[in-house]
Design a binder for this molecule. Structure first.
Ligand code: NAP
Ligand code: GDD
Length: 340
């Protein structure tokens, strides 16, 4: 039986990846930080019913990572742990550097020290392309603008490309474009939109405040993206792959799509910081709050995943409208359930 260690197992991608690897017959170990909330119900259930193992550890703590490698003895390591919020990385830049660059280095180095044949997946990001015009693919220039992306890029260059070329290590970067799901963290824009609009619909919240409505992202479904991570590590040689849908939408379009799923279409008025979205009664339900603007913004991302299609046979099947609908309905249904 193959063994896998997932860092960041408590995050969105970690939980989906744990399910995929368990389904594929792996013995799966998840690195968890000690937090007051503990692992989510989904993970607790995977632990109870499907044998997912938890190991306490932290990317700040090299001894904990060494211990995790000794316990898990992984054939494959998926380094998904990170300070993953780009906006927050402007406010707490050293933490982004510490976890996303140095921490990634600790994971990858310890994995290879424990077993130099370990296959390693590093969660790189489309944010590394920064201001490079779309579409972006594996050959596009990197031009990161956030502390988050600068740290991810340094990890990619030093511990993925560098270790592959200098040590012959099996390390792949998945350069994933934004991917979302009902399990998405509540401070990322898509989930913030679906959860807030569901609350507005139920009279639990008055207004949704957002930052830049014009930025465009290539949003796919996380459950499909984690399959690509595993498929990358099944190949004989390690390479990097862009994973994306190839379709982009603005934040405003995401709001429109979610609001219409919830049966409350938004009418936009004004522009810039004065732009508002009104419901059909004329009440403002969406407004712009400059506190959500970023000091440097990545305004235009859309990925070209043709290499992944050609070599991995991977392509997405869930459309933008299906994704938005899944997320909006999940938030609405959960709020209704918890009110009963
Ligand atoms: P997420 O939901 O925010 O999960 C982040 C995970 O990292 C959590 O499990 C968190 O643990 C863990 N973590 C944070 N700091 C840690 C530390 N010091 N030590 C150990 N664990 C730590 O992120 P995600 O959306 O699943 O993304 C997974 C990875 O892909 C991340 O590296 C992200 O940067 C990258 N990525 C994501 C996307 C996307 O659109 N989702 C796109 C490209 C790349 P706690 O639960 O304890 O906080
Ligand atoms: N979070 C947030 N909150 N973003 C907002 C808001 C808001 O209120 N209003 C507008 N936005 C804009 C952001 O400025 C950004 O341009 C866009 O919405 C998407 O923001 P996020 O959902 O926070 O995601 P991200 O694109 O910055 O980062 C995500 O995707 C990266 C891949 O491109 C994260 O998952 C990263 O970890 C990942 O690497």
């Amino acid at each position: 039986m193959k063994r896998a260690l997932i860092t960041g197992v408590t995050g969105q991608d970690g939980s989906y990846l744990a399910e995929v690897l368990l389904d594929r017959g792996y013995d799966v170990y998840g690195l968890v930080r000690r937090t007051s909330g503990g692992p989510s119900d989904i993970l607790e259930q995977l632990h109870r019913t499907r044998g997912l193992h938890f190991i306490y550890g932290d990317l700040h703590d090299v001894a904990s990572l060494r211990r995790a490698m000794e316990i898990a003895k992984p054939d494959e390591v998926y380094n998904l742990a990170s300070q993953s919020h780009v906006g927050v990385s402007f406010e707490v830049p050293e933490d982004a550097w510490e976890v996303n660059y140095l921490g990634a280095g600790r994971v990858i180095t310890e994995a290879l020290k424990a077993n130099k044949a370990t296959r390693i997946y590093q969660a790189s990001s489309s944010e590394m392309f920064g201001t490079t015009p779309p579409p972006q693919n594996e050959l596009s220039a990197f031009a990161p603008v956030s502390p988050y992306a600068q740290a991810k890029l340094r990890a990619h260059k030093e511990y993925v490309v560098g270790y592959r070329e200098d040590k012959g290590a099996y390390v792949c970067s998945g350069i994933l474009f934004n991917h979302e799901s009902p399990r998405r963290g509540k401070h990322f824009v898509t989930r913030k939109i679906t959860l807030s609009l569901a609350k507005i619909k139920l009279g639990l919240q008055e207004r949704l405040e957002l930052g830049n409505l014009n930025v465009k992202r290539d949003w796919g479904y996380a459950k499909e993206y984690v399959v690509a991570m595993h498929t990358m590590l099944e190949r004989d040689s390690a390479e990097d792959f862009v994973i994306a849908t190839g379709v982009q939408h603005s934040v405003r379009e995401f709001v429109d799509a979610a609001a219409s799923v919830l049966g409350m279409p938004v009418l936009w008025e004004g522009s810039g910081v004065d732009e508002v979205g009104k419901n059909k009664k004329g009440e403002v339900i969406v407004s712009v709050n400059p506190k959500f603007f970023r000091s440097r913004e990545v305004s235009d991302l859309v990925g070209d995943a043709s290499k992944a299609k050609r070599i991995l046979g991977w392509e997405p099947s869930v459309s933008f409208s299906e994704l938005v609908s899944m997320m909006a309905k999940a938030d609405y249904d959960e709020l209704v359930r918890s009110a009963q």
